[in-house]
Design a protein. Structure first.
Length: 284
């Protein structure tokens, strides 16, 4: 059975959007192509920046994702007056609030789950966005990352932060909720190694019991985008690449555009290498 046949035959497919900051624009093209090929989710799950894409798809606004991202890029994100309000020059919370009102809204057509990290004990916790009284606040909590946000948000009396700190690809959760197939759209390139799950599991392989039911769509190489890239002329081609990679994975096509790669290794890759040296030295 081909990947596309698997997804078309699935009764309860789930879409999992990992975190990746600006690189999550890759997910936009992937979703657009999935929809064109007749693959629609029964539920979504989002982590960090991917949470906004997951929520927009669950709200029935997958066809407006490019407009959503372009709107976000056009808005200024620094206001020194915010130093007195939130002790930060960054006004991401206000930008997200406007984007949420315009492109997502409080109503969802399907189950949508958001992964957070409980700061008290660094545990990964996944919430049902439909069951919260303030879905925007929960989505904003999923993006809490210093120095861009200075005050973590409380959910039910507990402070939470970015879910990617503890599990960037919680595919098991969707299977536990009844999915019979999962599309995992993540941004670590295939040439960079295994999947990134969290700092202690950066070469993750899909567990054997799920391997034949998880379709991974990710770039072939490391994307040439900065963490906070906001220039639409740089972002739009990555969305297009997401669509082409989806066709490669699902249809077996080959597109030369997908050979696009950053010129240098990710800074995090250097940190991992240094950490491995220390581990080996300690073990020796």
């Amino acid at each position: 059975m081909t990947p596309l046949e698997l997804l078309r035959s699935a009764k309860t497919p789930g879409f999992l959007f990992s975190g990746g900051s600006a690189r999550c624009i890759f997910q936009v093209g992937a979703v657009e192509e999935l929809m064109k090929l007749g693959v629609t989710p029964a539920m979504t799950l989002g982590v960090s920046a991917g949470a906004w894409n997951a929520a927009a798809v669950a709200a029935g606004n997958a066809d407006r994702l490019r407009y959503y991202w372009r709107f976000f890029c056009r808005m200024p994100y620094i206001d020194l007056r915010n130093l007195f309000r939130e002790h930060s020059p960054f006004i991401w919370s206000r930008l997200h609030e406007r984007g949420f009102a315009r492109y997502i809204g409080p109503r969802f057509r399907m189950p949508v789950y958001i992964a957070l990290t409980r700061l008290r004990d660094r545990q990964n916790v996944i919430f049902d966005l439909r069951e919260t009284s303030d879905p925007f606040r929960l989505l904003l909590a999923s993006n809490y990352l210093r120095p861009f946000y200075t005050h973590p948000l409380d959910i039910d009396g507990e402070p939470y932060g970015d879910g990617g700190w503890t599990n960037n690809i919680p595919y098991e959760f969707l299977f536990a909720r009844g999915c019979d197939a999962v599309v995992l759209i993540t941004m670590k390139g295939e040439s960079e190694g295994g999947l990134y799950r969290h700092p202690e599991d950066y070469e993750h392989e899909i567990a054997a019991e799920y391997r034949d039911r998880v379709i991974v769509i990710r770039p072939r190489h490391r994307l040439p985008l900065g963490f906070l890239e906001r220039r639409w002329e740089r972002l739009a081609p990555i969305a297009n690449l997401g669509a082409l990679r989806t066709r490669e994975v699902l249809l077996g096509e080959r597109h030369s555009e997908c050979d696009l790669a950053a010129k240098r290794r990710a800074f995090s890759a250097h940190l991992v290498a240094v950490r491995e040296l220390f581990r080996r030295a300690g073990a020796g």
